[in-house]
Ligand binder design. Structure first.
Ligand code: PEP
Length: 263
């Protein structure tokens, strides 16, 4: 269903009126985690300044350590909905458990499946049946074939509004959190009709790499990028070291306009 063999035209997925696909480069930005109404609103304003048309923000956070901040849950979803009201930005947020899909879908404009759940087949089937566009991160140890098969689980439930997100894979390299597999973008675009975006924040895990990796993503033909921003990253409850700050926004906005779409 997701293969380009039977569907040669590349697809555009529309999230509450915002297109992600071959004719555009979509910027999704926002905080890694929803922490407070003020922090989320400020991050959304930062996202808008940089040219974002969709707001990201995690209310359910899949953390490596059970002692780390796990997200605000439904309270976080309510904050996101309020910020959507205030800024007009549709929201992309992660769902980590099949039992929460209906709840998250009642607030979200796009459901995110994270790297740790990329082969959670019950969750994939549940998001496939939820009637909302889905962003499917690549599993950090998934081959491209496995990633596309995960997308197939969603598509099988009748939902072809799927955006694939390359977010780095686990390699022997320790200088970055994960290794951004930039070649996956054109490879997957040739194999699948689905849009492919890149997460330069979670792949590198380092603020100083986010803008260079964003350039590389756009240069290679990605259909969009998803980027963490935070008004006060030193106080962030999640992934502060990778969040862009106010001083980065002009350059991000420039990069988004600098490269013509290559596809
Ligand atoms: C995220 O985008 O909030 C996230 C946790 O990303 P990943 O699943 O790629 O680690």
């Amino acid at each position: 269903l997701v293969s380009r063999d039977n569907h040669p035209e590349r697809s555009t997925v529309t999230v509450r009126g915002v297109p992600i696909g071959p004719d555009t480069v979509t910027l999704i930005a926002g905080p890694c985690a929803v922490e407070t109404p003020m922090q989320t609103l400020e991050a959304a304003e930062m996202a808008k300044t940089a040219g974002a048309t969709l707001l990201r923000g995690g209310a359910f956070k899949p953390r490596t350590s059970p002692y780390a901040f796990q997200g605000l849950g439904e309270k976080g979803l309510r904050i996101l909905a309020d910020v959507r009201e205030q800024t007009g930005l549709p929201i992309v947020t992660e769902v980590v458990d099949a039992h929460d899909v209906a709840l998250v879908a009642s607030y979200a404009d796009m459901l995110q499946v994270g790297t740790r759940n990329a082969q959670n087949f019950a969750l994939l089937q549940a998001v496939g049946a939820a009637g909302k566009p889905v962003m499917l991160k690549r599993g950090m140890t998934a081959t491209i074939e496995e990633w596309l098969m995960a997308a197939e689980y969603i598509a099988q439930r009748g939902n072809l509004d799927i955006v694939l997100c390359e977010r780095g894979i686990r390699t022997y390299e320790t200088a970055t959190r994960n290794t951004l597999d930039i070649s996956a973008v054109p490879v997957v675009q040739r194999m699948s009709h689905l849009p492919v975006i890149v997460d330069p924040s979670h792949s590198g895990g380092r603020r100083d790499l986010v803008l260079p990796l964003t350039r590389s993503a756009i240069a290679v033909g990605a259909d969009g990028v998803i980027i963490d921003v935070h008004p006060h990253p030193e106080e962030a409850l999640c992934d502060g070291p990778q969040a862009l700050v106010d001083g980065d926004l002009d350059e991000l906005a420039m990069i988004m306009q600098e490269f013509p779409k290559l596809m």
